[in-house]
Design a protein around this ligand. Structure first.
Ligand code: NAP
Length: 276
């Protein structure tokens, strides 16, 4: 599995696993845990979750999936913006740690920007790093202007920005992605198969058939064509986890990329970062 190097030198796999909508149904729980375990065994050892997902229950499910193999896994979790203040972030983080049944979160993100000043969140994140609650911190859903403000507010320790990015959401290519790359900050693409919309997209069928891959794999491999890019598809089924892992080995020719550029053109004008 290819890796991305975070500021500071640690490497993480380019392909991780998402958990939004997991732990919402009891009858799917065993399949979801099995899918995450399979993904980890196949090298997708970065797991993304959040205090928001299933009201904390997704973190509990992740804790269950990584029991006994915690040291092999890189856990990413996210705090609500209303919890991003000096006092509340520590409490939110400790509650996440408890649900995850672990003593540290590898990467802790501000889920999206709210009303707490960025400088205060930076200070709170750095405090959690100093006390060993978290190993790295980053943000999510911050566009270029917010990122510039974050750095000015003292946030030079930010290692990643988790954003909506896939074939149908190419807005970040105009300035956010180059901005992040220039500074060595990792981009983490969420909803890389557009919440399963791209799995059925006719425009991907030809390229998929030519390579002997599926449209979902083409969509994932397209996101991963960029350096310094991590993708975190969510798969609640073992067969989807396997399929997604194999996508990391798909290499496009220039003709494939040109075909995809025509089918999914980059927006002509700058677009504000979209979020789900
Ligand atoms: P996604 O990963 O684009 O799509 C997930 C959907 O695609 C699920 O229904 C899944 O089905 C299906 N799927 C996955 N792989 C497949 C395959 N190989 N073949 C067929 N279907 C497949 O969307 P997402 O869950 O929104 O995004 C991924 C992760 O990003 C989330 O889980 C979450 O961790 C994170 N996220 C973050 C934010 C943020 O604001 N920071 C927002 C959204 C998402 P099954 O489950 O049935 O396998």
């Amino acid at each position: 599995m290819k890796t991305v190097t975070l500021p500071g030198g640690e490497t993480v796999p380019v392909l991780g696993q998402g958990t939004w909508k997991m732990a919402e149904r009891r009858d799917r729980r065993a399949a979801e845990v099995a899918a995450l375990r399979t993904g980890i065994d196949l090298g997708m050892t970065l797991i993304d979750t959040a205090e928001m997902y299933a009201d904390g229950a997704a973190e509990t499910l992740v804790g269950e999936a990584v029991a006994g193999i915690r040291d092999q896994v890189f856990i990413v979790s996210k705090a609500y913006p209303q919890n991003a203040s000096r006092d509340r972030l520590r409490r939110a983080c400790e509650a996440s740690l408890k649900r995850l049944a672990t003593d540290r979160i590898d990467l802790y993100l501000l889920h999206w920007r709210g009303s707490v000043p960025l400088a205060e969140t930076v200070e709170a994140m750095e405090g959690l790093k100093a006390s060993g609650h978290i190993r790295h911190w980053g943000v999510s859903n911050l566009d270029t202007d917010d990122m510039a403000e974050l750095v000015t507010a003292g946030g030079t320790g930010c290692v990643a920005d988790q954003i909506l990015y896939n074939l149908t959401r190419r807005g970040p290519e105009s300035d956010l992605l180059p901005w992040l790359t220039e500074r060595g900050i990792a981009a983490m693409a969420y909803s890389p198969v557009e919440q399963s919309q791209l799995v059925r997209d006719e425009r991907l069928a030809g390229i998929a058939a030519r390579h002997g891959f599926t449209p979902a794999q083409v969509a994932l491999a397209w996101v991963l064509r960029r350096d310094h890019m991590i993708a975190i598809p969510k798969a609640g089924k073992v067969e989807h986890a396997r399929e997604n892992r194999a996508a990391a080995d798909l290499v496009f020719g220039n003709d494939d990329l040109a075909t995809l550029d025509v089918a999914f053109p980059q927006p002509r004008r700058r677009r504000a970062l979209e979020m789900l």
